[in-house]
Every structure is written in C-alpha cells, then in structure tokens.
Design a protein. Structure first.
Length: 354
C-alpha cells in the first residue's frame, strides 16, 4: 500500500516523476543506455542540464533578469560556506530563525564579521523576528525563508538595498514571491524538488567578483557559471529527477497553482490543530509554515494510541525533530490534499475516542 508520506526530507516526490526517473535509469530516451551510464557531456544529458536550469529560472520569474541557475553538490550545507566564501569581504548580517540559520552563521564566521541582526532563539525559534533594521554596511543579509525543523516561515521579507541571500531549501517552488528581491537563492533538492545530491543555486551575476580572497575552483560560483554547471561531473540522476519535478509543476500550472493547493492543505491541518483540544500548535500562528506543521499532543498519555492510529492509516514520517519534540507534518508540493485529509481524520477520530 502506498503510504501518506509526511517526511521532512528527503521527502515525497510526485509518483509520475518517480516512474519516469526509474525508467530512465534502465533506458534513457530510448537510447538503450541508462541515464547514469552515459557521459554527462552527451547531447542528451546537456539538454537535461539546460532544461533544468531554464525551468528553475522560469518558475521563479527570473528568466533574462541577470540570474544564473546552477546545480551543485554538497547540499544546502555547502552553501552555508560558499555564500560567505564568495560574497563576504568584511561584514554580513544574518537573521537567526533556527538550526539551519545557526549553522549558516557558524560557517560564515570563518570568513568575516557576522552580525546576528535578530534571533528567535529565546523562544526555541517558534516565531519569526519582525520590525528590525538591516544595517546598510553589510556585504549581504542572509535569511532562511522556511524553518523546516520549527515550522515557521517568513511571510514578509525586509526591504533593503543590501544584497539578500536566502536559504529556500524547504519552500522553494511552493509559493509566489517576487524572487527578484533576492540576489542569491539556494535550495537542497531533497525537500521540494528531487532526490538528495544536488542543490539549486540561483545567483544574480552582478553580486559576484567583489571579494579579494582567492576562491578554490569547486567553491567558486564564477567558475561554475563559466562552465554552465558542468565544471566537473554533475549528479546526473539528481539533476534529471529535479528537472522532471519542475516539468510536473509546470504542467500543473506552476507555482501559482501549487500555492493554492498548499494553502488548502495547510488550512485543513492547522484548523484541526486549533479546533481539536487534544492538539496544540508549536509555532506562533502568524508565522506558521505552509510546508512543515509542528504540533504536540496536549496529553502525552495519548501518544501510543495516536501513533498506532497513524500507522494503521498509512501515515509516515510525522515524528517531530528532536529539538522540538511532538509531531511535524511536512506538506511539500507533491503531498496530496487527500493525504492531509487522512491525517486530519485520524486526529478527529482520536478526539472521539479519548
Ligand atoms: C534540510 C535543510 C538544510 C540542509 O540541507 P542539506 O542538503 O542536508 O545540507 C539547510 N537548510 C534548510 C532550510 C533545510 O531544510
């Protein structure tokens, strides 16, 4: 039986994408060869890379606006240091909204002065700091748009003239934004785009080339741009599968269409969390993430019963992260409204039984 997969990452991908990707592993484009046994410089794979890059820019509304899309390796965690390596000359600012921001700050500190502009650590990151000023003398300001672990999401981004870098690993392609307000966006594929192994980096080219340090080739965005994301062997399977997911999204009507579905899913689950006395949300309401809903039982004694009921309903991956506890239901693009409905039914069944 196909499970309802609420895993936070790696996570659910569209079924048709999995089927097409698995076919390509055996026979790619009817060539009699596998996608993963041909040269990455072959015409067929170069087309995949080019299509993936142009789809990424198209979805974000950044085609022909001075941006380049790269598919790199090392995960979003590599971007914590690459962003600083390439952009930080003296001082950068960070909004600390959780574990991932905190890790990004730790890496960046090796390259210059870091100002933690605001932090929500005082309340175990259950909210997004607001009404802060971004200092004007920063090389860049770094944000995490969606906090996968704590279930918070930035709804309004600061207006600033400083270049803005954003880790969108867990909400890329999930909602409409003016993406041109960002100068660098990165996202590990495995949350909303594809399998682990590649990271999408979208860069406005004019922010590069401003630091004086030497940058090793593999960590240098300009090197990757000059080689069209093929400086070395790219993770072909991860890029291909990400391309398929972006095509699936385009066929569905793009970000605008998926955002409507994502809103419905989040509303359905959050209204159950709010109305059912057995559950309590973790994140502050105004900052709740549409991707990762964090919640707890009000009576821990019901845990075993609830867990068993979830298991019987085929619900997978809702255990909370160890730093929050409780539950986390991740509702990425490929998760159906029907799966959220199943979880909500189990939650209201528990109320009836308890
Ligand atoms: C998962 C995640 C990361 C880390 O991604 P890796 O690809 O495992 O390095 C970074 N930032 C956010 C927001 C995440 O959700």
């Amino acid at each position: 039986m196909k499970k309802h997969n609420f895993s936070a990452g790696p996570c659910i991908l569209p079924q048709e994408v999995l089927l097409k990707a698995s076919e390509a592993v055996v026979d790619f484009n009817g060539s009699g060869l596998s996608l993963i046994e041909i040269s990455h410089r072959s015409k067929d794979f170069v087309t995949v890379m080019e299509t993936a890059q142009s789809l990424a820019l198209e979805h974000l509304g950044l085609t022909d606006k001075g941006y380049k899309a790269l598919f790199l390796q090392g995960g979003a965690s590599m971007q914590f240091l690459m962003t600083a390596y390439n952009l930080l000359e003296t001082k950068a600012g960070y909004l600390n909204t959780g574990t991932w921001s905190d890790k990004a700050i730790k890496e960046a500190k090796m390259f210059g002065e870091i100002v933690e502009v605001r932090s929500s650590k005082d309340k175990n990151y259950n909210y997004i700091p607001k009404n802060y000023m971004v200092p004007a003398d920063l090389d860049y300001f770094h944000l995490t748009s969606n906090n996968t672990i704590f279930g918070t999401q930035i709804k309004e981004f600061p207006k600033t003239k400083v270049p803005v870098v954003c880790d969108m690993s867990s909400d890329i392609f999930s909602r409409k934004l003016d993406f041109s307000q960002f100068d660098l966006i990165y996202a590990g594929a495995q949350k909303n785009m594809g399998p682990a192994g590649t990271t999408l980096v979208v860069i406005k080219e004019d922010v590069l080339g401003k630091v004086t340090r030497q940058i090793p080739s593999m960590l240098n965005y300009q090197v990757h741009i000059s080689k069209d994301s093929m400086f070395n062997t790219p993770p072909v399977f991860a890029v291909y599968t990400s391309m398929l997911t972006m095509q699936w999204l385009k066929d569905l009507g793009g970000i605008e269409a998926i955002e409507e579905i994502n809103d419905k899913k989040a509303q359905l689950l959050y209204s159950e969390i709010d109305l059912n006395p057995l559950f309590k949300g973790f994140a502050e309401k105004a900052d709740r993430s549409n991707m990762n809903a964090t919640f707890n039982l009000t009576d821990e004694k019901l845990k075993e019963t609830f867990d068993t009921m979830c298991k019987e309903a085929g619900i997978n991956g809702i255990n909370g992260h160890r730093s929050v506890g409780g539950y986390r239901a991740s509702m990425y693009n490929a998760l159906s409204l029907d799966s959220v409905g199943t979880l909500v039914d189990v939650m209201s069944d528990l109320e009836r039984k308890a």
